[in-house]
Design a protein around this ligand. Structure first.
Ligand SMILES: Nc1ncnc2c1ncn2[C@@H]1O[C@H](COP(=O)(O)OP(=O)(O)OP(=O)(O)O)[C@@H](O)[C@H]1O
Length: 626
């Protein structure tokens, strides 16, 4: 008897049963309640056909290679068919008759066919793996690039860990549908055709009797589809939830330890892990049930063939070699038939991942580049005149009132403007609008007289430097962290040190054992908050944009550290249009202009002495400062 040598990992083999041990089936969940702030998982379900259509275009450029892989699958199935027929010939002529001379010719042919099959199999498998990886690469790049265009509120609504899971596990599942699915289905189809034809050719009555069992496999598979779909969806969601908990715990580890929350965090993890475990067990159980059911069906069919074959041999209508070859064909035939039946299941399982990925891909960026007919490209460097004219804005999906209402002001190059007001007044929202993370609902913002929605986004953002409260740190050397402020021309070491000196960073950087080559990383404590701010100021110096937005530059720093960055900040602000968003009213004393926001409205504006004299909200905030 010839055994089925195809392995589960062989893409030329029929697709491995996705339900028995698919990678995602080993990681799991259960129905879960949605936590506040958690991704609104699966707002819409797509069918397998739609999922396939949406992702198939990513195979463009590799389709002829896909055809080559399918060609290899055809040749592999043909060589295996030939091998079985040669095996029958060997049995009847060499083994049954005990003739060594009858051995050589079929044995040589069998070897040649096996070598050809092996070579083509190797080629096909390597090509299939290459295509699959390229598909993954493109899909990942596509989702990642789209993610980067999405507005801040998208990331506030979706947990980071869950998004990471979508970019990894879910993308793999789509690949299994689109590339491995097509290759596996073609391989299964051709194998079924060839083995079926060979079985018919050997003994058509016997073959037809066997084929009657085929619909049984189909119906058995269909019965399992709905349950599998449910379980896979739960698994995908649980994967995301579990990754989120781990990621959040790692990010908040200092807080967790400081507040003695280790037990709560552990309980949170165990809770998610339990859901994951329940779904995993459910998935393994349904997979095992399906497998065993199919095994019994197959055994029934093989026993029927042997029974019928024994009867045929006794009647002299069949030789032993033919019966063995026939049984081998039927043995080879079941896996591809089973795989074809399971194709729907593979697709169903992949739709759970498709739902989650399409949720990202179908989320719209809040802003886009202006169409070429409206675009007004900026010269290399703008002057930096800002005009905010009657701007009103409410956050998308927000049930609250407008974050900014009828806001108007002007800031000219060289102006040092302080934007202050109570918490929630709309100060950071103003920064988000100036950088065009969102467009205002009404009103206009102009840079050098041009409405910013007519500027290409890259032109606008090249002309504005944002220094957020949390310094952006790349996992790289301090030199690269400063140099990344400017793309081209790449800053020289001298320029980097000059910027660092101007930012009062050179002293502490040179004192480090590795100096500018010291590697820093986000959320590592290698540098203090004030030192990181000075690195950020050096980066902004190199960037040399005409508009500067500082969001709470002194928050989180002690008095000494805050004092220490004032001189570099003023140095940086010189000659630029500078907006400082702050509660720290010591920064406001020397401002050219102060804007006081309250509940989205500009309630006061003027210089420090003017606003103090007015005795309004600003005076109240100034008097109340520590
Ligand atoms: N992504 C968002 N979605 C919905 N509403 C938001 C979002 N971000 C901010 N808001 C709301 O918009 C209003 C203004 O928020 P903003 O962050 O601009 O205030 P702020 O003055 O910068 O506050 P703080 O001084 O505390 O940083 C607040 O009511 C806030 O709840």
């Amino acid at each position: 008897m010839v055994h089925d040598r195809r392995s589960e990992t062989d893409p030329l083999a029929t697709p491995a049963a996705p339900l028995t041990t698919p990678p995602e089936a080993r990681r799991p969940s259960s129905p879960r309640t949605q936590l506040p702030g958690e991704a609104p998982i699966l707002t819409r379900h797509v069918g397998p056909v739609e999922a396939f259509h949406r992702f198939w275009p990513l195979t463009r450029g590799d389709r002829r290679w896909l055809l080559t892989v399918i060609g290899c699958a055809v040749v592999t199935a043909l060589t295996e068919t030939a091998a079985i027929l040669l095996f029958a010939e060997l049995t009847d002529h060499a083994l049954a008759k005990g003739s060594v001379s009858a051995f050589w010719s079929p044995a040589g042919a069998w070897l040649a066919v096996a070598v050809l099959g092996a070579a083509v199999g190797y080629l096909g498998n390597s090509l299939a793996a290459w295509i699959a990886e390229r598909f993954l690469l493109r899909l990942r790049a596509r989702v990642f690039s789209h993610l980067q265009k999405l507005p801040p509120h998208f990331f506030q609504r979706n947990r980071r860990g869950d998004l990471v899971e979508r970019l990894t596990g879910d993308i793999d599942a789509i690949e299994r549908l689109v590339v491995s699915g097509v290759v596996g289905a073609s391989a299964a189809l051709f194998a079924t055709l060839f083995y079926g034809a060979a079985a018919l050719w050997l003994r058509w009555e016997l073959a037809l009797a066997t084929f009657i069992a085929a619909p049984l496999f189909y119906f058995a598979t269909r019965r399992f589809t709905g349950r599998i779909r449910q379980v896979t969806r739960r698994q995908r969601a649980a994967d995301g939830a579990l990754t989120s908990v781990v990621e959040e715990t790692l990010v908040n580890v200092v807080l967790t330890q400081a507040y003695n929350r280790q037990r709560d965090e552990e309980e949170r993890l165990v809770r998610e892990a339990r859901r994951w475990l329940r779904a995993s067990v459910a998935s393994a159980r349904i997979g095992a049930l399906y497998d065993q059911f199919i095994e019994v069906l197959e055994t029934l069919c093989v026993l029927a063939i042997i029974g019928l074959g024994a009867w045929e041999i006794s009647a002299g209508r069949l030789t032993l070699g033919q019966l063995l070859a026939f049984a081998a064909f039927i043995g080879y035939l079941y896996p591809p038939i089973r795989s074809l039946g399971q194709l729907g299941l593979t697709a169903t399982a992949a739709t759970a991942a498709a739902d989650r990925l399409l949720e990202v891909l179908d989320a719209h960026p809040a802003v886009a580049d202006p169409p070429p007919s409206r675009a007004v490209p900026l010269p290399d460097r703008a002057h930096g005149e800002l005009l905010v004219d009657d701007v009103t804005f409410r956050y998308p999906h927000s049930s609250q009132h407008a974050a900014l209402s009828s806001l108007s002001f002007t800031a000219r190059p060289g102006d040092f403007v302080v934007v202050t007001g109570p918490s929630g007044a709309g100060k950071s929202t103003l920064a988000a609008l100036l950088l065009r993370f969102y467009d205002p609902d009404t009103g206009t913002i102009r840079l050098d007289g041009i409405p910013i929605d007519r500027l290409p986004l890259s032109d606008l953002r090249r002309n504005i430097t944002l220094l957020p409260q949390e310094t952006l740190v790349l996992h790289d050397t301090i030199e690269r962290n400063i140099a990344c402020g400017r793309d081209a021309p790449t800053p020289t070491h001298d320029e980097v040190t000059r910027a660092a000196r101007a930012a009062d960073a050179h002293g502490f950087v040179s004192a480090l054992p590795d100096g500018y080559d010291t590697v820093i990383a986000p959320s590592t404590a290698a540098l203090s908050g004030g030192q990181l701010q000075r690195v950020a100021i050096a980066r902004a110096m190199l960037r040399d944009a005409p508009v500067l937005i500082l969001d709470e530059p002194t928050t989180g720093l002690d008095t000494l550290a805050a004092q220490r960055i004032l001189a570099p900040l003023h140095h940086l602000a010189a000659g630029r249009t500078t907006l400082v968003i702050t509660h720290d009213l010591d920064l406001a004393v020397a401002a050219d202009h102060i804007l006081v926001l309250d509940d989205g409205h500009l309630t006061e504006s003027g210089t420090h002495p003017q606003l103090l004299a007015r005795g309004g909200l600003y005076a109240e905030l100034f008097e109340g400062r520590e």
